[in-house]
Design a protein around this ligand. Structure first.
Ligand code: GLA
Length: 380
């Protein structure tokens, strides 16, 4: 049994004097390619990872929800009939999910339980999406509604946008809801159609946490979103997804410098993501790695969401030419994690070499995980 599952099971049994009636889980994610494309109705290629939030629970006969986290204080404790914002923190994600599910006319029951997770918070590995989807799965387990991954992802995004107040796209919730073990997933963020993308045989995905966390991510993120909307308006399309590289090239000179750079990132990144899918279908790790490297350059130079430390760690990774096919920053940017595609037989040596290189360059101690592609939210 996974250690965290055992932990929530034991804590539940100690607290409530019986075994839980349900155990649910939802994973964090890492994005291989397709960054800042989701809110442009474009394509992304993330995978769910073996870092997870678990909840052990049982239904209650009333409409109260109580969730004790083994990692975070205070406990969530609220009535489904009286959802109110409080001072913020992790419990808002729990309440926000209840609010979104009820808003979709799903009849909810109360429940009580214990949660624990091993997704580092604020590292860009989507611990909040995982919490939202684990809570949605808990409600589905006790309330008996059907689990539709795309619907649940949309409601989780709604909870985050409108209840918590973070203006994120759909990628994180969608991959936490719909991930498949052993695979990345190509997601069309307009239709939410998904296509399984197998990792090239003999490769491993390595997450490299710079150990930096940036404030002001929200305002920079919202600024990028509105720059993309300005560019879409210029091209008279609903979203930058609808602009081809050819159309962009024909009119790029008419845009101001900043809007041109932002649009060039999104439009080229969409194409790189589709090309990455082709490379994965052909088990072509070399081409996939080059696309990953090109994505980093575009995020750094055109979209301007990288950071000194992200560039340092990506540089360290790309220098390990024997092991590394490609590396780039991943997630929103400004801090947090980078991702690399490496030869799996060299993954340990790669991790050690990058850690030493990054420490020498930045003075910081990175966290490096070799990760496995996992299933999306499930009842276990
Ligand atoms: C964050 C958001 C996602 C996505 C990425 C950038 O993770 O939550 O919706 O926009 O940034 O690709």
């Amino acid at each position: 049994m996974p250690p965290l599952k055992e932990r929530v099971l034991n804590e539940f049994t100690a607290r409530f004097g019986e075994r839980p009636s349900h155990i649910v889980r939802a994973p964090g994610r890492v994005n291989l390619i397709g960054e800042h494309t989701d809110y442009n109705d474009g394509f992304v290629l993330p995978m769910a990872i073996d870092r997870t939030i678990w909840i052990a629970l049982r239904p209650r006969s009333d409409r109260r929800v109580m969730l004790h986290s083994l990692d975070l204080q205070p406990a969530a404790d609220f009535s489904l009939d009286n959802l109110k914002h409080s001072e913020g923190g992790w419990t808002e994600y729990v309440k926000g999910m209840a609010w979104a599910l009820q808003g979709a006319n799903l009849a909810l029951r109360g429940w009580e339980g214990v949660s624990a997770g091993d997704i580092p918070v604020g590292a860009g590995l989507s611990s909040s999406a995982a919490l939202e989807l684990a809570v949605a799965r808990a409600f589905a387990a006790v309330s008996g509604f059907t689990w539709e991954p795309a619907q649940m992802a949309r409601l989780a995004q709604l909870a985050e946008n409108k209840w918590v107040g973070v203006n994120c796209g759909i990628m994180d919730q969608m991959i936490s809801a719909a991930g498949k073990a052993g695979h990345a997933l190509l997601i069309d963020c307009r239709t939410l159609d998904t296509t399984l993308a197998p990792l090239p045989p003999g490769t491993a995905v390595v997450i490299m946490d710079t150990a930096t966390r940036r404030g002001l991510v929200d305002s920079a993120y919202n600024e990028r979103r509105s720059q993309c909307e300005t560019a879409a308006r210029f091209f008279a399309v609903p979203a930058l997804r609808d602009v081809s590289l050819e159309t962009f090239a024909a009119h790029a000179a008419e845009l101001d410098d900043l809007t041109r750079q932002r649009a060039r990132h999104v439009i080229s990144e969409n194409q790189r993501t589709l090309d990455a899918m082709t490379a994965m279908r052909q088990y072509d790790a070399n081409s996939l790695g080059q696309l990953i490297n090109a994505s980093h350059a575009s995020l750094r130079d055109d979209f301007a969401v990288s950071s000194l430390e992200l560039n340092q760690i990506v540089d360290c990774a790309q220098r390990q030419t024997d092991a590394c096919f490609g590396a780039r920053m991943t997630g929103a940017g400004f801090g947090g994690c980078a991702v690399a595609l490496v030869q799996d037989s060299s993954a340990q040596a790669f991790a050690a070499a990058v850690a030493a290189c990054y420490q020498a360059a930045s003075g910081l101690q990175p966290n490096i995980y070799i990760c496995q592609p996992a299933d999306g939210a499930s009842e276990e």
